[in-house]
Design a protein around this ligand. Structure first.
Ligand code: AMP
Ligand code: ZN
Length: 511
């Protein structure tokens, strides 16, 4: 089976052909998180779609070497500008934690020195790995056996300096009067091809949001920073251009080159990475290595929205996995909710969507348990799940049509009644083969091996029951306000309560 994939570079659906056609090895660089806070579920939508792409490739016989960076320096708050601007996001984290520490509000369990950015980065990187593992990202198990697959820019400063030197030697970069090393976009005529920004538009300041001050000292408004000498930056390294720090775009180019080589098969990210981040990566990489291409396929996920707007840390309208676990959501349901909308469409996050996903996951699990229990039972010919497999994979190979694949799977699942004992009705295959087919399809969507029960299953029952007792005491003393508060608190934990003649009963709200 061949994969058809939309390439954001050509803006066309293409048949995927790896560089290594014979060995069927695929190199895949996924832009990862900046570890200045917990990743939100919008970030995870991008990472999960990259994971689904990787799993689809593996299902059709490719071996994928995936790299995902963990950014710990140089990513500025104004990252949509050609040459960055604002504060380093790690500085934002340090200041935020410093303030929290001063006011005694450091979050529970945070035992780090906010003045040490590498400590801050490690704290959030560990949290990211924990969340990513819970959400079933395969890159985490790769990382556990080979740490080089999730590189951090602060470990690749030497490689970045070498790349900048090369770009200066070749005439693609220059040191401006402010001492900053910039990439000269006019030296790379293909600049703008990924994002559709023409150099002409960027020259006149459109499409590139140009800062007037730096514009005066740069050769072209869209020239972007490779190295910035800055003795006051929170992390600094010696370089031929003075003590300073690397540009965010440079980091991904240098790490991809060091770990995957000059030309890679696939590069992924969220839609906001297209410009300027990926546009700049292409320019630097192609010029430094003299290659026509940096990545052959560009895969971009559209934003996860909340109330019609982008979910983002700066807007404060985001959920983390941790927030949702506390509300009783299971990681498996969240994974399904985040992958079920096609990656090239915006997805709108709703609690109702999550509840539906939770129900779907529970149905698959019940069926898997039932098939497992009756695996020796014989059925005639191929069962519904074995028959659905072809359609499922064909849908995934059609530019990751997850909804189509899940539709085929759900139709097959619907043919079984797990409340009945199955009867042997022929020869040909067994319910064990059906279970195998279900598991094969699940290799791609990655739901069945995950924790599927909501966290309220693990939430200490004593906690729930002591709140219910406290509410009863409040009601008995006619403190209705407190009783209502406790009911709301339980609801926010995903617990619904019901008062009846035999007392108060409770159940999980998300099922
Ligand atoms: P950051 O940690 O800010 O570097 O972002 C990590 C990744 O998440 C990037 O690839 C972004 O493009 C992506 N991203 C950020 N916000 C969203 C969102 N609301 N929906 C989907 N992807 C997002
Ligand atoms: Zn990147």
């Amino acid at each position: 089976m061949q994969l058809k994939l939309y390439n954001s570079l050509s803006c066309e659906l293409e048949t995927f052909e790896p560089i290594d056609k014979i060995g069927r090895n695929v190199s895949f660089y996924a832009c990862g998180p900046t570890v200045y806070d917990y990743a939100h579920i919008g970030n995870f939508r991008s990472f999960l779609n990259a994971d689904v792409l990787r799993r689809t490739l593996e299902a059709i016989g490719y071996q994928v070497k995936q790299v995902m960076n963990i950014t710990d320096v140089g990513h500025m708050t104004e990252d949509s500008k050609a040459d960055g601007g604002g504060q380093d996001k790690m500085q934002v984290a340090s200041s935020r934690l410093e303030d929290a520490k001063k006011s005694g509000n450091l979050p529970k369990g945070v035992d780090i020195d906010p003045a040490k950015p590498l400590e801050v980065a490690s704290f959030y990187a560990d949290a990211f790995l924990e969340d990513a593992k819970m959400l079933g990202l395969k890159i985490v198990s790769d990382f556990e056996s080979n740490a080089a697959l999730m590189p951090r820019p602060t470990d690749y400063i030497k490689e970045m300096i070498t790349m900048v030197q090369k770009l200066i030697e070749k005439g693609n970069a220059y040191v401006a009067s402010d001492g900053v090393v910039y990439f000269d976009v006019s030296s790379f005529p293909a600049y703008g091809e990924l994002s559709g920004n023409t150099l002409k538009a960027l020259r006149s300041g459109e499409g590139g949001r140009v800062d007037m001050q730096t514009q005066a000292i740069k050769r072209n408004p869209a020239d972007f920073m490779l190295w910035k000498p800055d003795k006051s930056h929170l992390m600094r390294w010696a370089s031929p251009w003075g003590e300073g720090y690397p540009g965010w775009h440079l980091e991904c180019s240098a790490m991809a080159l060091a770990i995957l080589g000059e030309v890679i098969d696939i590069h992924s990210g969220g839609e906001d990475n297209i410009f300027p981040h990926h546009e700049c990566e292409i320019a630097q990489s192609c010029c430094a290595t003299d290659s026509k291409s940096f990545a052959n396929y560009w895969f971009h996920t559209r934003f996860l929205l909340v109330d019609g707007g982008k979910m983002s840390k700066s807007k404060g309208n985001f959920y983390t996995l941790r927030d949702l676990l506390a509300k009783g959501v299971s990681p498996a349901a969240l994974r399904l909710e985040l992958i079920k909308t096609h990656y090239r469409s915006n997805a709108n996050f709703t609690m109702q969507g999550l509840k539906d996903a939770q129900r779907q996951v529970e149905r698959w699990h019940r069926l898997a348990d039932w098939l497992n229990m009756h695996q020796d039972i014989e059925i005639s010919g191929n069962g519904p799940l074995s028959q659905a497999k072809e359609k499922f994979i064909a849908s995934m190979c059609d530019d990751l049509n997850v909804a189509g694949a899940i539709g085929a799977l759900s139709e097959a699942v619907g043919q079984y009644d797990v409340n009945k004992t199955p009867k042997c009705n022929g020869k040909g295959s067994t319910l064990g083969d059906e279970l195998e087919a279900l598991r094969e399809m699940d290799q791609i969507i990655g739901i069945l091996d995950m924790q599927h029960q909501s966290s309220t299953d693990n939430l200490a029952i004593e906690t729930i029951e002591s709140l219910i007792t406290e509410r009863l005491v409040a009601r008995n003393s006619q403190d209705w306000k407190r009783a209502d508060e406790i009911r709301d608190e339980l609801l926010s934990m995903g617990i619904e309560i019901k008062d009846g003649p035999d007392g108060t009963s409770w159940q999980r709200a998300v099922q």
